[in-house]
Design a protein around this ligand. Sequence first.
Ligand SMILES: N[C@@H](CCC(=O)N[C@@H](CS)C(=O)NCC(=O)O)C(=O)O
Length: 202
Amino acid sequence: MRLITSLTSPFARKVRIVLAEKNLPCEMVVDIPWNPDTTVPQFNPLGKVPVLMRDDGSTLFDSRVIADYLEQLKPWPMLVPADAMQMIAVKRWEALADGVSDAAAAVFIERKRPEAQQSPEWIERQLGKIRLGLRAMNDDLALNAYCVNATFSLADIAVGCALGYLDFRFPELGWRDEFPGLVRLADVLAQRASFAATVPVA
Ligand SMILES: N[C@@H](CCC(=O)N[C@@H](CS)C(=O)NCC(=O)O)C(=O)O
């Protein structure tokens, strides 16, 4: 297997962490989808990373599909619970955390445009999603050790990647000052080898 990835994408990081947690061998191919010479659209018509290339030449995207595929490929250690309702809970967390990552990535890209073309209203709308998303995650986590059923899962991976992306691109947001539950979770996750090995780098 090969993973087309960037070293900054929170979605690609999610998949890289799942691969590491499951100890699945996978070649990393770094490709920045924004570069003019990117090959990503050859493998994903949407032009986004991550893309998983299977050994039979077929490709999988996006990160949620890839994570689900890897769970089927190697169910242990289990990152998505077998129980249907717990599985839905994990996927809901993943959707929320990925939504925060989506909004953050959108702001980052918008701010790279010439200043005169940027829309402050649109940026504020995305920042609102980040703020409310963080609040919802912090409230839902409450005093629990992990997001779902006190057990490390794909939900924690998605949340950790969203928080890591905010630390990387938006340190000025200061989310750590406001959301103590998320700080506690992020600090626990940072100790895992899979998280330490995939910290975003420019
Ligand atoms: N929903 C997708 C989102 C992937 C995504 O937005 N990737 C960004 C990097 S963070 C990307 O490749 N953007 C390039 C583009 O939008 O053209 C997933 O979960 O894989």
